[in-house]
Design a protein around this ligand. Sequence first.
Ligand code: NAD
Ligand code: MG
Length: 381
Amino acid sequence: MKNITILGATGSIGDSALSVIALHPDKFNVFALSANTNWQKMQILCEKFQPKFVVMMDESAIEELSKVTSNNIEILHGAEALDTIASHNEVDFVMAAIVGSAGMSSSLAAAKAGKRIMLANKESLVLAGNLFMQAVHDNNAELIPVDSEHSAIFQCLQSGKSGLSKIQLTASGGPFLHTPIEQLKTITPDEACAHPNWSMGRKISVDSATMMNKGLEVIEAHYLFNLPAEKISVVIHPQSIIHSSTYYEDGSTLSQLGNPDMRTVIAYALSYPSRMASGVAPLDLAGNSPLEFYAPDLNKFVCLRLAFDALKQGGNAMGTLNAANEVAVEHFLNHKIGFLEIANIVERTLDTVQNTSAASLEAIIANDKTARKTAQRIINA
Ligand code: NAD
Ligand code: MG
């Protein structure tokens, strides 16, 4: 029996993880859950999974939740408590599924405690890739990607990297793949969040529409698989059936395929190196034809180009890219800025904030703050 902590339990990945776990009560026990503010949903999860600990970020949510949950569940508050449930000595597996840079500290805590980290929070690697990978290595933690592309590559690389010439991340191209740039100006948050294949949280849905998500994933892949930017490519594949591919010197290419459903990825992360049922239907290849592929248009999807540039610059440039994007996406979701302004704000923030070394957590957090302030100033101007 493995004890599991789910950070970000009320989100889209949290939902999928709990639905896979519920299929295997003989293998997994929900030890701790966390959420930001949604105590109503947490109440339902507590009744169903009876965790030992719950962490809420919002104090009033704790008050409400304490009134309605059993005394056997200990309810904790704040970022330090996230680190506690991520590193608790009774925990075996940690699902890191908080959205944004708010997930970095607890992912790192799980790495330092030598846990199996099922990493959905790609921002941990974008901000602190070197520190994070070092912590995984030094503490014998196990890092299993929970991102469909990276899980695909992880699966393709099971027999090693011999003869590997490049990896290729597939991208759906989002809801605006065929929309002319002129029409992108007036896109609403709901239109941007209506992803054709994947059902996800609103922030990552907007990132998919701008293709910043793919940019963050290129950076994520760089750290996970220890490959330079030149060996990471992106191809648009609107059907999201091929999840990613590895290319070899001998002309061979391996791909992992499946229906676009994160439960497959999560089941693999939970059962690795074995496999187990996820609740996902088998793939019907004939029913999904034709599978299409296109090269990404970097003039239209500026965010993808900016992410490649930031990776090549190194240091805190990737953290700056991420911080500016988080601020810009939040403003877009709140109807404060237009869709096309997201890339513009990220680019101007990258041009303004001086790139520094990401050698310490303090430096990374300080840069994150500076980049957020700068992006905010650019928006206000
Ligand atoms: P979501 O918005 O649906 O859920 C986010 C979760 O994080 C919620 O439980 C929320 O309560 C919690 N949270 C939000 N802000 C927080 C804060 N400041 N402090 C602590 N907790 C906070 O997001 P999601 O779609 O589930 O994505 C989660 C992560 O997984 C993201 O990093 C995303 O990039 C990654 N991811 C998601 C998918 C997907 O299919 N949804 C696929 C690959 C990777
Ligand atoms: Mg992905």
